[in-house]
Design a protein around this ligand. Structure first.
Ligand SMILES: NC(=O)c1ccc[n+]([C@@H]2O[C@H](COP(=O)([O-])OP(=O)(O)OC[C@H]3O[C@@H](n4cnc5c(N)ncnc54)[C@H](O)[C@@H]3O)[C@@H](O)[C@H]2O)c1
Length: 268
């Protein structure tokens, strides 16, 4: 049977990187964005619309097996915008999923929902559990904590399987000393989403770190591994090319906290 997956924010950086990695025989990708999505080589269904429009997102959720909700504002900004796009937009996507009987949703959260946890908070295995309570580092982080809370609500009320991914630095390669800890490769991002799409019943609510198997990472990947996430990449492979590596020092507050430099940036 053909599987149909709706990806929101598909014209964005992560959506563009994930699209070819999630495409496969027997699966149709429905790609929604407020900005035009490139037609591409696959037979994807393209929807140019806002997920804040209830009719549009309702139609986009029709007949889909899962939603991968990437759309949003990916950084700090005015609260009104974060509230409208990240919080209200996610509520609209979840409402449409309920109306259309979509059983599964993957939500793009962020490490910045938990940015004020520190290396002093790690467990006996030296890693920070994936489900630690939100400790946002910015208004952006608050909006992502709200995304997770909405996911929890819609799981508890309506039985949707909800995976919240606290994504780190999602790029083709790490660019900074901080990235050596929180990088997630394109391939591992796709492997994590695939694991979430394949979790067997019963439906659950889970929060996972979206991070590669970085040698300098201090984030528990056990919760992801429990659902089949098998990261293959390690930022350390790129370490020699990272500027300032000789000054890498764990006592640097930027490396000490999950949220790095976000913990001190101006709000709004
Ligand atoms: N890139 C990262 O390293 C990173 C890290 C942590 C979390 N995230 C999260 O992952 C998601 C994707 O990030 P990205 O880097 O691809 O961001 P991006 O800005 O490149 O892409 C987001 C996309 O969402 C679309 N969008 C915004 N509002 C919309 C609306 N109302 N309706 C339809 N589409 C809308 C935008 O047009 C854009 O194409 C975001 O939710 C972001 O917060 C990203």
């Amino acid at each position: 049977m053909t599987e149909r997956i709706l990806i929101t924010g598909a014209a964005g950086r992560i959506g563009t990187a994930l699209r070819p990695l999630l495409a496969r025989p027997g699966r149709i990708l429905r790609l929604l964005d407020i900005n035009p999505v490139e037609p591409g080589q696959d037979d994807a269904e393209i929807v140019t619309a806002s997920f804040n429009d209830p009719d549009a997102i309702d139609g986009a959720c029709k007949g889909v097996d899962a939603v991968v909700h990437l759309g949003g504002k990916p950084g700090e900004g005015p609260w009104e915008e974060l509230a409208e796009v990240n919080v209200e937009g996610t509520r609209q996507v979840l409402e449409a999923a309920v109306r259309q009987g979509v059983p599964r949703i993957v939500l793009a959260s962020s490490i910045h929902a938990a940015g004020f946890w520190t290396r002093d908070d790690v467990g006996p295995d030296g890693s920070l559990p994936a489900g630690v309570a939100p400790r946002p580092d910015t208004l952006y982080g608050v909006s992502k904590a709200a995304v997770e809370a909405l996911g929890s609500l819609y799981h508890s009320r309506f039985g949707i399987d909800v995976s919240c991914l606290r994504l780190g630095a999602y790029r083709s390669e790490p660019l900074s000393t901080v990235d050596l800890t929180v990088w997630i490769s394109h391939g591992d991002g796709a492997r994590l989403v695939e694991a979430c799409l394949a979790v067997p019943a019963p439906a659950a609510f889970r929060v996972l770190w979206g991070i590669s198997a970085n040698a300098r990472g201090w984030f528990s990947l056990a919760e992801g591994e429990a659902i089949g996430y098998r990261p293959e990449d390690d930022a350390e492979r790129f370490a020699a090319g990272i500027a300032g590596l000789e000054r890498f020092d764990w006592s640097d507050p930027v490396l000490h906290r999950v949220g790095g430099g976000f913990c001190a940036m101006p709000l709004g």
